[in-house]
Design a protein around this ligand. Sequence first.
Ligand code: NAI
Ligand SMILES: C[C@@H](CO)CCC[C@@H](C)[C@H]1CC[C@H]2[C@@H]3[C@H](O)CC4=CC(=O)CC[C@]4(C)[C@H]3CC[C@]12C
Length: 361
Amino acid sequence: MADSAETRKLVYLVTGGCGFLGEHVVRMLLQREPRLYELRVFDLHLGPWLEELKTGPVQVTAIQGDVTQAHEVAAAVAGAHVVIHTAGLVDVFGRASPETIYEVNVQGTKNVIEACVQTGTRFLVYTSSMEVVGPNIKGHPFYRGNEDTPYEAIHRHPYPCSKAQAERLVLEANGRKVHGGLSLVTCALRPTGIYGEGHQIMRDFYHQGLRLGGRLFRAIPASVEHSRVYVGNVAWMHVLVAQELEQRAALMGGQVYFCYDESPYKSYEDFNMEFLGPCGLRLVDTRLLVPYWLLMLLATLNALLQWLLRPLLLYAPLLNPYTLAVANTTFTVSTNKAQRHFGYKPLFSWEDSRTRTIRWV
Ligand SMILES: NC(=O)C1=CN([C@@H]2O[C@H](COP(=O)(O)OP(=O)(O)OC[C@H]3O[C@@H](n4cnc5c(N)ncnc54)[C@H](O)[C@@H]3O)[C@@H](O)[C@H]2O)C=CC1
Ligand SMILES: C[C@@H](CO)CCC[C@@H](C)[C@H]1CC[C@H]2[C@@H]3[C@H](O)CC4=CC(=O)CC[C@]4(C)[C@H]3CC[C@]12C
């Protein structure tokens, strides 16, 4: 019944659909949205795996395009019922210039909003980030906070600034009249640090551990806790939001939701060891914590080297003053807003998420 041609009438567009999260959103939509007729996957770099999806009952249309190009975005959005905008430049390592980060994350989002307005697309789901809240430049902890917890969200780094600006644009666009006279309904999802199959930084830590003879050195005190969320659950939240936006427009329109699941609160490194441990790495004696002053020195040195070497080569290590500050500040989320507003429950248990990630690493 769900597979009959009459029930399949929705057109979805996923921007950034070939990225780490985007691929999971694409696959989740194909599995969990029985009304899907066409799925447009828009990305700067298309993945070869898209080919295998083209043989199913849903028309999968791969669109190589750039969100900074308004005409390319408008062409992709035209005729879509729902847009899930995950495309973004995730760079906290100094690989791209601040201008490029703003161009992709802010101008790209403006282009998506304007395309919805011009072409009459009514539902827009934006992948924001916990980083729009914090950690802030003062290093204030955010402990078991929710969407309403007061927090001084002040940033200087281009990535959180651009995500915050883009999120604001998306929320302000809620209620705008689109072509045809109906109203745009928007909302934003704020994942904490995402992990799972395809998480490149996890692989980087794994290879670094192998180079160090199977050891990783603890740099962050175990008492600094982070919320993390499994990519499959983040994808599931996107699909659910997209499905429920029409029926619950008055409640959900213009809202933000943290992405959460049952993953335990741990320090960034202890959490990674949940996967890297079973893959043969160990975190050396917890009493041998690398002193903070040494880390700060190394981070500053890395930033200086990056600046000095820029004319010759791109030096962009994981450790810099910004990533050190983020890793060293507690940021944990405790909320049930997504459950209250649109009935979200994690699709993958912690055990499942852990097993799937270990298998991938
Ligand atoms: N990875 C994480 O822990 C978190 C990510 N996010 C957000 O989730 C979204 C997806 O992030 P990831 O999947 O981790 O990153 P990713 O880098 O794997 O995926 C982003 C995708 O966007 C595409 N893209 C970049 N610039 C583009 C452009 N100009 N035009 C079209 N496509 C473009 C890339 O090719 C890539 O496929 C981003 O918006 C990011 O800000 C939010 C919270 C945490
Ligand atoms: C001090 C180092 C010694 O081992 C560890 C450095 C770890 C950092 C590279 C990561 C620590 C926290 C991560 C960020 C956090 O999960 C929040 C994020 C949200 C996003 O929207 C994008 C990614 C990120 C900024 C994420 C990036 C990597 C860390 C800084």
